[in-house]
Design a protein around this ligand. Structure first.
Ligand SMILES: O=C(CO)COP(=O)(O)O
Length: 151
């Protein structure tokens, strides 16, 4: 386990989850099209329907979990609990009741427990993706190394 500088870490690979509620799916598709050159450099996860829409529109290679109401939010939560996720873009619909509201809250809670950056609207998603491109997520690699060492 050698030492490294932030410079050594630039451009390294992150694990990103993409999730959108139904009324935000078109926004997510447009976001993925606009930023696919950045997204394709990373490992991507998505809930079922969101992932299907993104894949159809962009051809991006992503791992699809179950649909949100069937457990997809919880599967993404499990990734965080195991230190397997670095960033979440979750375009939430704040105006429609969701049958799996407890799962959504659990996902967001776990992001706070594990200090994972989350964007819940398009404006924040753009800030996150641009900061990711310029290396502002490099600290995540330090977190991974510490966890691997059991610190
Ligand atoms: O419901 C969701 C997030 O809470 C998203 O699930 P889908 O991508 O399967 O629609």
């Amino acid at each position: 386990m050698g030492f490294f500088t932030i410079k050594d870490l630039e451009g390294t690979h992150l694990k990103i989850a993409l999730v959108a509620h139904d009324l935000k799916k078109e926004q997510m598709v447009q976001f993925a099209i606009a930023y696919q050159q950045i997204l394709k450099e990373h490992t991507l996860y998505a809930t079922g329907t969101t992932g299907k829409r993104i894949r159809e529109a962009t051809g991006l290679n992503l791992h699809r979990f179950l649909s949100g109401p069937l457990g997809g939010d919880q599967q993404i939560g499990a990734l965080m609990a195991e230190n397997q996720l670095d960033c979440i873009i979750f375009l939430r619909d704040p105006l429609t009741a969701q049958p799996h509201e407890p799962d959504i809250l659990a996902l967001l809670r776990l992001a706070d427990v594990h200090n994972i950056p989350v964007a819940t609207n398009l404006a924040a998603a753009e800030v996150l993706i641009r900061s990711l491109q310029q290396g502002d997520f490099d600290w995540r690699h330090i977190v991974h190394q510490r966890k691997e060492r059991g610190e």
